[in-house]
Design a protein around this ligand. Structure first.
Ligand code: ZN
Length: 148
């Protein structure tokens, strides 16, 4: 009996921080077919910060099939993408673009990168998007991000 409750207590102690971390972070996979495996990201307003881990499961290099995750208002996404085309060294994002809420590095096959942002910057009544800023990728690599 004593052993059982010790075991349960240990399980609880181990499980709690992991469950909390999972709720406020998400893995998004991308590939050589220019796809994210997620179309909609729900951010809990109970999270202080939210983290997105981007993985590139393909093989192509970042200068050919580069992917990142950029977060912005939906209404800003296309212009950020268009105006970032000349800035390959900055992940195809115009330097200091204030419309960008957060962005990962631009990565190639086998690589990963993360972003984090304070959930308090998101408004519940605003529409947000996540997308890849590599030229031409936003057509396929775009999804919605909401705070609930
Ligand atoms: Zn991409």
């Amino acid at each position: 009996m004593f052993q059982n409750s010790t075991y349960l207590l240990l399980l609880t102690l181990l499980a709690t921080p992991l469950a909390y971390a999972d709720r406020c972070s998400l893995v998004v996979n991308s590939d050589d077919a220019m796809r994210f495996d997620t179309q909609r990201i729900v951010v809990s307003k109970d999270c202080e910060t939210f983290t997105i881990h981007l993985k590139h499961t393909g093989r192509l290099a970042a200068n050919i099939m580069g992917h990142n995750v950029v977060i912005s208002k939906s209404s800003d996404a296309l212009l950020i993408s268009r105006q970032g085309r000349g800035f390959q060294n900055n992940g195809f994002i115009k330097p200091n673009d204030e419309r960008v809420i957060a962005a990962t590095d631009m990565i190639g096959g086998g690589e990963e990168s993360s972003l984090s942002f304070a959930v308090s910057v998101l408004k519940a009544d605003e529409k947000y998007a996540f997308f890849c800023s590599f030229p031409g990728h936003i057509g396929l690599m775009v999804g919605s991000l909401v705070v609930e």
